[in-house]
Design a protein around this ligand. Structure first.
Ligand SMILES: Cc1cc2nc3c(=O)[nH]c(=O)nc-3n(C[C@H](O)[C@H](O)[C@H](O)COP(=O)(O)OP(=O)(O)OC[C@H]3O[C@@H](n4cnc5c(N)ncnc54)[C@H](O)[C@@H]3O)c2cc1C
Length: 324
């Protein structure tokens, strides 16, 4: 069993990292466990042939001074850049331009640069899928799939609500479990396509309204340095995703490839892949920035609590750190 830390955080998503960063800055000891090979959860970038692709979160916006401060640091150091201020919309079979709005930010090296920045200096254990949680005399004990055990006095859960309840229902008051169960997320099939040549359009991305399949198509390489290999990322909307949720990756990949060519015309695709996000975006939120039971020293944070999206996840963890 590991040494006992003040805080044990399950999930190195943006919320868990923002939480850990704050409490560590206040002098507490904290350890973060994640089942993934890296940090960031849905703020994910993968290598895809010669390209880097954001196959989860695409960009971020800032409304709060707390998150703005992080983005300012990123802009100054170059790991954040403004991506665009206005995107066209596909509607009724045509593309409509829209007026300029607030800046949307992206990361030239991929959006995983954001969680990597937040993770600096933290004690993070990756490839540690927590399968059991118990309260013992020493504190909360988290047992990973490979048998390793980690102990913390206070437990913070940064996992989607369904997974949270699977892991921790016995540790929660029944009314807390009921409240958390009201928060739901919808799934998303994402599709990535590496191209031999870029498509002849001038938009970095396209938002689609009432399209039969897609809600989003991005020329992901427009976030990178000039000369990056052209690569498209398309998101099927929740209705299409739900109708195809349990189909094989190969079946969905073929279907989305056809649908994308129906939308954009023939594409010189050299490599493509579909990725299923079972819990992609919140539909109904908890209605408060985080969950906290001070008597049990047990908390939860994530985009499903209140804000949604990248900034909402960050703020959920940040604000939870202020109350613990
Ligand atoms: C396809 C897609 C597109 C999106 N586009 C945008 C966008 O353009 N802009 C935007 O602002 N937001 C977007 N989002 C939403 C954004 O990604 C999320 O709001 C945000 O990343 C959520 O962070 P989080 O910390 O709440 O959770 P997560 O990122 O889900 O973090 C949870 C972490 O818990 C870990 N975990 C789960 N179970 C266990 C376990 N048993 N043991 C250990 N670790 C575990 C996971 O590996 C994960 O790292 C998008 C999401 C998706 C999926």
């Amino acid at each position: 069993m590991s040494d006992v830390t003040d805080f044990l955080v399950i999930g190195a998503g943006l919320a868990g990292l923002a939480f850990a960063r704050q409490v560590q800055a206040q002098g507490a000891s904290v350890r973060v466990l994640d089942k993934g090979r890296g940090v960031g959860g849905r703020a994910a970038t993968r290598r895809f042939g010669a390209a880097r692709v954001d196959h989860g979160a695409q960009f971020f916006t800032t409304r709060s001074p707390e998150f703005q401060a992080i983005v300012e640091e990123g802009l100054a150091s170059g790991w954040v850049r403004e991506w665009y201020r206005s995107l066209p919309e596909w509607r009724d079979g045509a593309i409509h331009t829209r007026p300029e709005g607030h800046p949307r930010y992206a990361c030239p090296e991929g959006i995983s640069a954001l969680p990597k920045f937040l993770a600096q200096g933290l004690d993070i254990v990756t490839e540690a899928e927590v399968q059991g949680l118990e309260w013992e005399d020493v504190g909360y004990v988290a047992t990973a799939k490979d048998g390793r055990a980690f102990v913390g006095t206070t437990l913070i859960l940064n996992v989607p609500p369904v997974q949270l309840l699977t892991l921790a229902t016995d540790l929660l008051l029944p009314e807390a479990a009921e409240q958390i169960a009201t928060a739901t997320l919808e799934p998303c099939w994402a599709f990535m396509a590496l191209l031999e040549a870029d498509i002849p359009v001038d938009w970095p991305a396209l938002e689609l309204t009432d399209h039969p399949v897609f809600s989003w198509v991005a020329r992901d390489h427009t976030k990178r340095e000039p000369g990056a290999p052209p690569v498209l990322v398309a998101h099927a909307h929740a209705r299409w995703t739900l109708a195809h949720l349990e189909e094989s990756q190969a079946t969905v990949e073929a279907a989305l490839r056809t649908e994308l060519e129906n939308l954009l015309g023939p594409l010189a695709i050299t490599q493509c892949q579909a990725h299923r996000w079972r819990y992609a975006k919140p539909i109904t939120a908890l209605g408060q920035p985080f969950f906290w039971d001070s008597a049990r020293q047990l908390g939860a944070c994530g985009d499903w609590c209140e804000g949604g999206r990248v900034e909402g996840a960050f703020l959920s963890g940040y604000k939870l750190a202020e109350v613990v």
